[in-house]
Design a protein around this ligand. Structure first.
Ligand SMILES: Cc1cc2nc3c(=O)[nH]c(=O)nc-3n(C[C@H](O)[C@H](O)[C@H](O)COP(=O)(O)OP(=O)(O)OC[C@H]3O[C@@H](n4cnc5c(N)ncnc54)[C@H](O)[C@@H]3O)c2cc1C
Length: 254
């Protein structure tokens, strides 16, 4: 059941030239209970006074993944906001200062890891801020890998190194967890010092290298709607049924 609450900005940092990571706390002092992969809605008004809202995935890494079917309770509520030229929510969230308060509700959505899934390999694809649900899932992924016999491959799309969000965190996680493979997929410009795990081009084009198979893989696609559609087509061509392809499209709610 979604809750309505106020959020106060406590911290922020620019992750990339046009992406701001924002950390909030609930004004009522309550924790937020959410399933990693879910999103919040931010409620605000246009200049003409009409009400509107926009969705943002929770990026917080919380809990220890030990109760995978239970919501995680966090006091620090983090989101990553990609700036859209002329965007209404961009204007609001881009201009927020420490201590400012916004209206929000949630959590919503079912883009979550399912305990009933028994597939040996997870293919997680994202572009831009679409990677935030996977960041929130890291404790669950850690537990999943600790059980053995599983592999998680994260393909993260960005135009260049500077736009690869949370890249350092995912690389560190990959070093600590051999079953976790992270590929930064850079579509416009390679890194100054390329890594062996880097790939060039769009995330969906790296799928051929991974040879998805319906007996082995379950896929999650998040972010730019064009990427989600393109990757969905590729995965279906490899024989994955729709039930093994979970999708979250970052479309504007207006
Ligand atoms: C389930 C869900 C989760 C989401 N999670 C996130 C998230 O974690 N981080 C995040 O940054 N966004 C996320 N989004 C997208 C977000 O909700 C807004 O749509 C986005 O921030 C743009 O809002 P805006 O009000 O600034 O722009 P708007 O005022 O809605 O749009 C301004 C103009 O830009 C166009 N536009 C809108 N979005 C884009 C875009 N992405 N790229 C190019 N043009 C665009 C519109 O068509 C319009 O012409 C999510 C969307 C959904 C549905």
């Amino acid at each position: 059941m979604a809750d309505h609450f106020q959020l106060r900005l406590v911290d922020s940092v620019m992750l990339a030239p046009a992406v701001r990571h924002l950390a909030f706390e609930r004004v009522d002092g309550q924790p937020l209970a959410f399933m990693p992969g879910q999103f919040l809605q931010v409620h605000f008004h246009y200049d003409d006074g009409s009400a509107t809202k926009r969705s943002y995935s929770v990026a917080t890494v919380g809990g220890d993944g030990s109760a995978p079917n239970e919501p995680v309770e966090v006091t620090r509520i983090e989101i990553a906001v990609s700036y859209v030229e002329g965007g209404a929510a961009t204007g609001l969230l881009g201009g927020l200062e420490k201590g400012d308060v916004i209206e929000a509700s949630g959590p919503y959505g079912r883009f979550c890891l399912q305990q009933t899934d028994t597939h040996p390999r997870y293919l997680l694809l994202a572009t831009g801020t679409g990677v935030t649900p996977y960041r929130a899932m890291l404790p669950q992924i850690e537990k999943l890998l600790a059980g053995g016999g599983r592999e998680v491959v994260l393909l993260c799309g960005a135009r260049n190194e500077g736009e690869l969000l949370y890249g350092g965190e995912f690389e560190a996680f990959a070093q600590q967890h051999p079953g976790f493979i992270f590929h930064g997929c850079l579509s416009r410009q390679p890194r100054a010092t390329p890594r062996p795990t880097d790939r060039s081009g769009h995330v969906q084009n790296v799928l051929a290298e991974l040879q998805p198979h319906p007996d082995r893989d379950i896929a999650y696609l998040c972010g730019n709607p064009d990427m989600v559609d393109a990757a969905f087509t590729v995965l279906k061509e490899f024989g994955l049924p729709v039930s093994q392809i979970r999708r979250e499209k970052y479309i504007s709610a207006r």
